[in-house]
Design a protein around this ligand. Structure first.
Ligand SMILES: NC(=O)C1=CN([C@@H]2O[C@H](COP(=O)(O)OP(=O)(O)OC[C@H]3O[C@@H](n4cnc5c(N)ncnc54)[C@H](OP(=O)(O)O)[C@@H]3O)[C@@H](O)[C@H]2O)C=CC1
Ligand SMILES: [Mg+2]
Length: 426
């Protein structure tokens, strides 16, 4: 049943804790994409964790002492849950702003995830494809990740993935696969859909990795119809605080032909620190299913209208990530491609002619049969931004005959990851 974030904070983390225990003995090596591995050596997230640690040290609230290795992470989480002060005063847990919890070293969290996943097959390798850029940039690229992570309640209770064993959907392991994917690519900006574990999992963990997060649930999330649900699903937007400062944020309930709908978006204006430029980022999840094409189109128009205002008539560069639930042939796609916001879809650049979307971004088998569709996009202001590289999709062979989700991959949608740079200002 739905519980308020306050209750979730203590109850679910307690339930979560045993799953984070490292099994006896060293975990067998699991392969990580070679493109991801060097980034883990890179100082980016470590610097963020260190910055977050400084914040924690300087704050007046209790900061738990650091221990060794992965036990440090577990003990930090466990202490948050089981300290006598906390258990006697559960409200204290809510009052404890997660930004003030002990920062996590991303390498340690990754190790922890791998330990939980030691019985699962290795991670799939995906490579970044470098894309020709018109103008060189000396600034660090901005990495953006778009991902419908599959709501736990929908995966278990509604989606009918008939070829996916129920054990592959166990939250204790699936959440580690999701975290592993995020940690492998270390995005600066992370846009998620179908998030129904924001307060108990993603917000506390990602804030300790240096991210600032925002969550906007769907008003009538279908998750709430599922027994033992963990609350509504919705969109979440995270950005690394050592790269951006929040200027403004809008939670948008989308309308269709003036009617309020069950779909939402978050749009934020960020101040990028290097280079010193503003950037607007939006995340959305449009209405699903066939028969709703005009509805999606209207929702898309509403979002575009909102974004016109937020970007001050396209003056601020824009990135829009989403599960649009629409193939490129649909009207809503055409509205985005032809909008006066001058948006292009980043993943088209992976095609030979630069004009075609990938053959799929979601691939699953339901009772109705195989569903292979291109529904997820990263739109960007083509005049202000360039795509330096994009993460290749999984191949059909990697996805396997039972499609997604699976023991190897936690969602029915693939993550999309792009590196952007600002073009020179005219
Ligand atoms: N709107 C309202 O006023 C009210 C709504 N509700 C509840 O909301 C639900 C509808 O919500 P709405 O937001 O319009 O939902 P959507 O139609 O947008 O779909 C919700 C989720 O279902 C997934 N989905 C898509 N196709 C299928 C399929 N064939 N089988 C199973 N799951 C699928 C989608 O995943 P993906 O995007 O990955 O394809 C999506 O996350 C109702 O079922 C009801 O439970 C209840 C009361 C009032
Ligand atoms: Mg879904």
């Amino acid at each position: 049943m739905y519980q308020s974030p306050r209750r979730l904070c203590s109850a679910l983390l307690q339930r979560d804790a045993p799953g984070l225990r490292r099994p006896p003995g060293p975990p067998p090596p699991r392969r990580l994409s070679p493109t991801a591995a060097p980034r883990l050596q890179s100082p980016r997230l470590l610097a963020a964790a260190s910055a977050a640690r400084d914040v924690a040290r300087s704050c007046s609230r209790t900061v738990y002492p650091m221990g060794n290795g992965t036990s440090r992470l577990y003990s930090a989480l466990a202490k948050t849950l089981t300290s006598s002060a906390a258990s006697q005063h559960p409200e204290y847990l809510v009052a404890a702003d997660p930004e003030h919890l002990e920062p996590i070293d991303p390498k340690e969290l990754l190790e922890e995830c791998r330990a939980v996943l030691h019985t699962r097959p290795p991670r799939f390798q995906r490579d970044f494809v470098a894309l020709p850029a018109d103008c060189p940039s000396s600034h660090p690229p901005i990495r953006v990740m778009q991902w419908n992570i599959l709501a736990q309640a929908l995966g278990e209770g509604k989606d009918n993935f008939v070829q996916c064993p129920i054990e592959a959907l166990k939250w204790e392991e699936r959440k580690c696969l999701i975290l592993e994917e995020i940690l492998a690519y270390q995005p600066d900006i992370l846009c998620l859909q179908e998030v129904d574990h924001y307060f108990d999992t993603f917000q506390p963990l990602l804030s300790r990795l240096g991210y600032q997060g925002t969550f906007f649930p769907k008003p009538w999330s279908p998750c709430l119809d599922v027994e033992h649900n963990n609350g509504p699903d919705g969109c979440a937007l995270f950005f690394l605080q050592n790269r951006f400062k929040l200027v403004s944020s809008a939670n948008i309930r989308l309308t269709a032909m003036t009617l309020k709908t069950n779909q939402v978006a978050i749009a934020q204006t960020l101040e990028c620190k290097e280079p010193s430029r503003q950037l607007c980022v939006a995340v959305t999840h449009l209405k699903a299913r066939t028969g709703w094409e005009r509805f999606r189109s209207a929702q898309g128009c509403d979002l575009l209208q909102n974004l016109q205002t937020i970007t001050r008539g396209a003056k601020i560069p824009l990135i829009v990530c989403g599960d649009f639930n629409a193939e490129p042939t649909e009207e809503v796609y055409k509205h985005f491609a032809s909008s006066s916001l001058n948006l292009s879809s980043a993943y088209k650049l992976l095609s030979a002619d630069g004009q075609s979307e990938p053959p799929y971004t979601t691939w699953k088998i339901r009772t109705s049969g195989e569903c292979r569709h291109t529904l997820d996009y990263i739109w960007y202001s083509r005049q202000a931004l360039s795509v330096r590289s994009a993460l290749d999709l999984l191949t059909e062979e990697q996805i396997g005959p039972n499609r997604l989700p699976s023991f190897n991959y936690p969602s029915d949608h693939l993550s999309l990851v792009c590196d952007f740079s600002f073009n020179e200002e005219p």
